[in-house]
Design a protein around this ligand. Structure first.
Ligand SMILES: NC(=O)C1=CN([C@@H]2O[C@H](COP(=O)(O)OP(=O)(O)OC[C@H]3O[C@@H](n4cnc5c(N)ncnc54)[C@H](O)[C@@H]3O)[C@@H](O)[C@H]2O)C=CC1
Ligand SMILES: CC(C)CC(=O)C(=O)O
Ligand SMILES: [Mg+2]
Length: 365
């Protein structure tokens, strides 16, 4: 990298559960790329989620927000865990993550579901159904029922409680995320499937209208529409019919976990969450996996691949990103597998051993 380029600032927020374990492996990869001159980055830490609540009583401390705003990119592990479930919702770890997304304006969440050929046998689906799978899920991330008002739980005059969350989208929010999906599709197969529930929900009926209207500006794009229940079924029945899927916050959350299993494990899916300034937050799509936390068995590849997305989308280092993708391909070729993607004849490794193997592959070993 030339001397005229400034060091890029990465804020690392490891979070809870397996978060610190998988982020440690991603940092090894960043350090290795830094050591051989492929990137020039400065890492800083901050607290988020349950770890932040325990330390300062707030899942998203102001200091974390200030540091995040001043960074070129944020690397996040995961948040949440059973020990924080009884807290008021405003103090829960997940609020920290949602707050970061909202405060940074990270409206575009890209979740690529790609099957590495070596993992065809790790998928719960038949190899011929998933072979060659390459889907990009574009999920709107700062609107919908996760943020809509009114929300809360009220007590009715009868004494019964009523819980309320509200699905809300403005036309401009729909148009903005559709443009992201169409632009991405122009560099891929030019096919976009917009997923909604327009047969029942007015909000998504409008979504469908706006998607159709916006697509008129992209004559090369073939736009289809699908109800979310059918989309979930089609993802399992014939996933290769999809190129780019665009959808709202909650549908995208659910469909991307579903798509993850097509690739063998939720431990394989990275993500990028981008704002209009090109700033991004990068995280695996999975959660804090409390059931395996602290055992050194979590799959770090989704987090390592998220670093690849960071290098590509926020740090202008596409060659280094390609090297990460190639290194992950190589360790899978070598037969190394964490427990979640283990299959017969392969060698089972833990979180740290997998991270070390990726670093060795980067070095050409
Ligand atoms: N982005 C985030 O920080 C997210 C946080 N969460 C939070 O995480 C906690 C647990 O949520 P769950 O619904 O159990 O979802 P989860 O994604 O944490 O775990 C679901 C299943 O996948 C497995 N798994 C997840 N990541 C893995 C990895 N890297 N390697 C191997 N196996 C892996 C887990 O062991 C578990 O069996 C909750 O507190 C939830 O709110 C959930 C989803 C996203
Ligand atoms: C934990 C939530 C805030 C979100 C979630 O499940 C996700 O973004 O995948
Ligand atoms: Mg999720």
């Amino acid at each position: 990298m030339g001397d005229n380029r400034l060091s890029k600032k990465i804020l690392v927020v490891a979070g809870d559960g397996i978060g610190p374990e998988i982020v440690a492996e991603a940092i090894k990869v960043l350090n290795a790329l830094q050591a051989d001159g492929a990137i020039d980055v400065t890492l800083e830490d901050a607290l988020v989620g349950g770890a932040a609540y325990d330390a300062v009583g707030n899942p998203l401390p102001e200091e974390t927000l200030v540091k995040a705003r001043a960074s070129d990119a944020v690397l996040l592990g995961a948040v949440g865990g059973p020990q924080w479930e009884s807290l008021h919702i405003s103090k829960r770890p997940e609020r920290g993550l949602l707050g970061l997304r909202a405060e940074l304006g990270l409206f575009a969440n890209l979740r690529p579901a790609v099957l590495y050929p070596q993992l065809a046998a790790a998928s719960t689906l038949k190899p011929e159904i998933v072979a060659g799978l390459d889907i990009m899920i574009v999920r709107e991330l700062t609107g919908d029922i996760y943020f809509g008002q009114p929300r809360g739980v009220e007590t009715l005059p009868s004494g019964e409680r009523r819980g309320i969350n509200t699905m809300v989208y403005t036309e401009s929010e729909v148009e903005r995320i559709c443009r992201v999906a169409f632009d991405i599709a122009m560099k891929r197969g030019k096919k976009v499937c917009s997923v909604d529930k327009a047969n029942v929900l007015e909000c998504t009926e409008m979504w469908r209208e706006v998607a159709t209207k916006t697509a008129a500006e992209y004559p090369e794009i073939s736009l289809s529409h699908m109800y979310v229940d059918n989309a979930a079924m089609q993802l399992v029945r014939a996933p290769k019919q999809f190129d780019v899927m665009v959808t709202g916050n909650i549908f995208g959350d659910i469909l991307s976990d579903c798509a993850a299993m097509l690739t063998g494990s939720i431990g394989m899916l990275p993500s990028a969450s981008l704002n209009e300034k090109g700033q991004g937050m990068y995280e695996p799509i999975h959660g804090s996996a409390p059931d395996i936390a602290g055992r050194g068995v979590a799959n770090p590849l989704a987090t390592i691949l998220s670093v690849g997305m960071m290098l590509r989308y926020s740090l202008d280092a596409p060659e280094a990103a390609d090297r990460i993708d190639a290194a992950v391909f190589k360790v899978l070729d070598q037969g190394l597998r964490t427990a979640d993607i283990m299959s017969e004849g392969m060698r089972q490794v833990g979180t740290a051993e997998m991270g070390d193997a990726v670093v060795a592959a980067l070095a050409g070993e």
